[in-house]
Design a protein around this ligand. Sequence first.
Ligand SMILES: *[C@@H]1O[C@H](CO)[C@@H](O)[C@H](O)[C@H]1NC(C)=O
Ligand SMILES: *[C@@H]1O[C@H](CO)[C@@H](O)[C@H](O)[C@H]1NC(C)=O
Ligand SMILES: *[C@@H]1O[C@H](CO)[C@@H](O)[C@H](O)[C@H]1NC(C)=O
Length: 438
Amino acid sequence: MDSASLSCARLTGWTIGAVVLQILGLSLFVLGFFPVKPTLHGVSGSESYYKPKCDDVNVGQDSVANHRNLPPEELRSLYKELSGIPPVFDRLIVMVIDGLPAEFVLGRDDLSPTKEMMESMPYIQALLSSGNAIGFHAKAAPPTVTMPRLKAIVSGAIGGYLDVAFNFNTQAFHDDNLLAQFSYIGWKMIMLGDETWIKLFPDLFTRQDGVTSFFVKDTVDVDFNVSRHLKSELSADDWDLLILHYLGLDHVGHIGGRRCNLMMPKLKEMDEVIEKIHTSVILDDNNGSKQTLLMVVSDHGMTDNGNHGGSSYEETDSVALFIRLGGHVPKSAPLKFQTISQVDIVPTLALLFSVPIPKNNVGVVLLEILDFLTGVLYVSGLIRNVWYLFVIRKSYPLCNQYSNVYIFFLKQLNFIKNEGQCPNYKIENRNINRSKKK
Ligand SMILES: *[C@@H]1O[C@H](CO)[C@@H](O)[C@H](O)[C@H]1NC(C)=O
Ligand SMILES: *[C@@H]1O[C@H](CO)[C@@H](O)[C@H](O)[C@H]1NC(C)=O
Ligand SMILES: *[C@@H]1O[C@H](CO)[C@@H](O)[C@H](O)[C@H]1NC(C)=O
């Protein structure tokens, strides 16, 4: 009797202990796997062109409020003036090829893509080898599914894993991002393709034709519905940003994996779209007034079986191509394509088109793209990028923390190594010195 009640009490104790342990483990899992990501609210404005002061936590709040009320045209010229970077391009075409692994275009490690792939994308290969395009392996952060990747491509922030859960129930996106910045300066935007964009940015596009990604077996209509508007949109000149999101290649992957027999024809189709854009817009620009930049990106890659979502090399190896950097491209096109982070596209585009870098951006400016911005302009572009990383951390008002973060990022950008070429570095150095004294 006595021993029975004892073992009963012990059993209860063990049970309670086990339940508590389970709850602890579950919370640890949830907090670790779905960490709450702090984001800065609000939108970058003209204040981001000024250096934050040590004791000024609310950097330029007033200027934001004042300048946001400017008409778009005036805001546009204000940003141009403040940025000091001459506008190189007037309009932007972003072509998203869903699920295209960079390996198909740029190869892997030191190896070129297979002969079959090179022959399926002859135009893009010619652009790359002639130096009319620069290609990057753009590392996508997991989860490698479309919606969180699109958010990263426009905001420069890396979202939480929880975004996977919302992938099929996309809500409007309110964090600071490039498209919002473009709309403040009065850009007209057109969206053709995956309707995720329209769910993220309702009411933003002047013209749109959303394609549903629901029918994964459909590899023809999803792309035909985009390409059917190409002729008219490419000859229209009332837009500043044209987004094309082709879903077909991803669907081919879901049907038969990387080696599906539909893959090569699909690559060829994509290559033809790029050729069409290049010949009808970009080459035609040469006698016109508008200069257009074409970016070809993929949101994520795919495994051999055509799946994606995880963090393997095959899934995260997405591509970013900048096409038409004219004579600005370095003469010796690199044999080995660099690996960047997918979010690096964001500050680079922001600098190229003179809009403030979105507030939560963690990407860094791609030096190769801004290479043609000579001397001081180029350096000031970099410094501005560092400022943003400061601004992201403005919740830590301690000056010495600013300096540490600052030095860290300067090192990251190889600044200190190139000190000799960097006239502004000394100035920054002095400021760091001053801040340490405080
Ligand atoms: C393509 O467009 C047609 C006609 O507008 C529409 O019926 C069809 O559902 C669209 N296809 C997809 C995949 O959205
Ligand atoms: C460019 O040149 C072609 C013919 O060379 C001409 O038809 C076209 O109108 C020109 N475009 C502009 C914008 O001047
Ligand atoms: C940096 O600070 C030291 C003392 O803290 C001072 O002697 C030196 O002149 C300062 N350098 C600059 C460039 O301000």
